[in-house]
Design a protein around this ligand. Sequence first.
Ligand SMILES: C=CC1=C(C)c2cc3[nH]c(cc4nc(cc5[nH]c(cc1n2)c(C)c5CCC(=O)O)C(CCC(=O)O)=C4C)c(C)c3C=C
Ligand code: FE2
Ligand code: FE2
Length: 363
Amino acid sequence: MSPEPRPRLAVVLFNLGGPDSPGAVRPFLENLFTDPAILRVPGFIRPWLGRFIAARRTKAASENYAILGGKSPLLELTEEQARALEAALADEAVEARCFVAMRYWHPFAEEAAREVQAWGADEILILPLYPQYSTTTTGSSVEDWEAACARIGLLLPTRVLCCWHSDDGFAKATATLVRTAYEKARAELPPTVPLRILFSAHGLPESIVKRGDPYQWQVERSVAAVMERIGIEGLDHALCYQSRVTPQKWIGPSTEAALQQAAQDRTAVLVCPIAFVSEHSETLVELDVEYGELAHKLGLPGYFRVPAQNSDPAFIAALADLVRRVRAGDRRLCSFAGARQCPKAFGDCPHARARALMTGVGA
Ligand SMILES: C=CC1=C(C)c2cc3[nH]c(cc4nc(cc5[nH]c(cc1n2)c(C)c5CCC(=O)O)C(CCC(=O)O)=C4C)c(C)c3C=C
Ligand SMILES: [Fe+2]
Ligand SMILES: [Fe+2]
């Protein structure tokens, strides 16, 4: 007798996406800057203002992607994570397959949703590759996914993992990467030179945080969780924010200011990306090239970087564990069935409040 077929679980990984050729840079930026979660201006101005900002940003962004061979490595790396996660979930009571849905470039949510439909999934689990919830990232992708599913008539039981900023597996895997890089940097530095861990997160306009976006608070929680797992008493560390791309006031301190502070303190730095789990232009160009040059100009006694998690086995195991726990209904995770109901487990996810503030709907 052949065994009962296992129910099919589609795990959908959300990420931001990036251009796959030099010609894609401008339309990718147009998609990004016309997203109402990113450009919060009245709807009638957004299309032209978004396109205008995108046009102005195209040259600088193209120069960055040119360093990476004219395209972002994000899709390839996210696909690798998807395959590794699938392998880690191979022995489950469900048959799990991972799909990638990007927000601003291919494969868009609708392309991913069609693949899920064609595969014949029985249930869906949304796993954003953003550890911290922001209305500009996970929030925007969830809206986009729901709209895509409605368009193609994909109506399946769906669980959404809202955020995993302090997850034990994520924090431990990251702490191991930090410790390894720390020991390597320490070995290269003279013993008298101090070394500071600089956690660098993607910035956000301050107005978005003031309207209730929980991202900054969750980033702080991630830093605390990783530091706790590193477990070395009194380790010098600081948090800063990179990638400001609009003239408004963004949350700080900026990564530039943190490097200036390190120069004043005559300390070397080990930069650790804390809001990205894959390498892309903001790690490989902004951190490695631009801030590396700035560190050199400022005369820092050393500049090192912790690699992003990518498909690090401990990190993939942490993602697999999250998938299992969300399916099992672990109330300690902030997951929800249907984007408009967040249980605010542990009271530590102000995500539902953020949604209400953004959309006027909800909690
Ligand atoms: C107002 C603009 C932006 C906000 C707010 C923002 C939030 C935000 N973004 C990420 C993660 C990524 N951003 C990436 C690229 C990217 N982001 C912006 C603008 C905002 N992001 C731009 C204009 C770009 C394009 C690159 C550039 O012009 O410099 C990427 C992908 C990059 C790649 O190489 O593929 C990621 C990932 C987070 C986590 C976040 C807020 C929490
Ligand atoms: Fe961004
Ligand atoms: Fe939530």
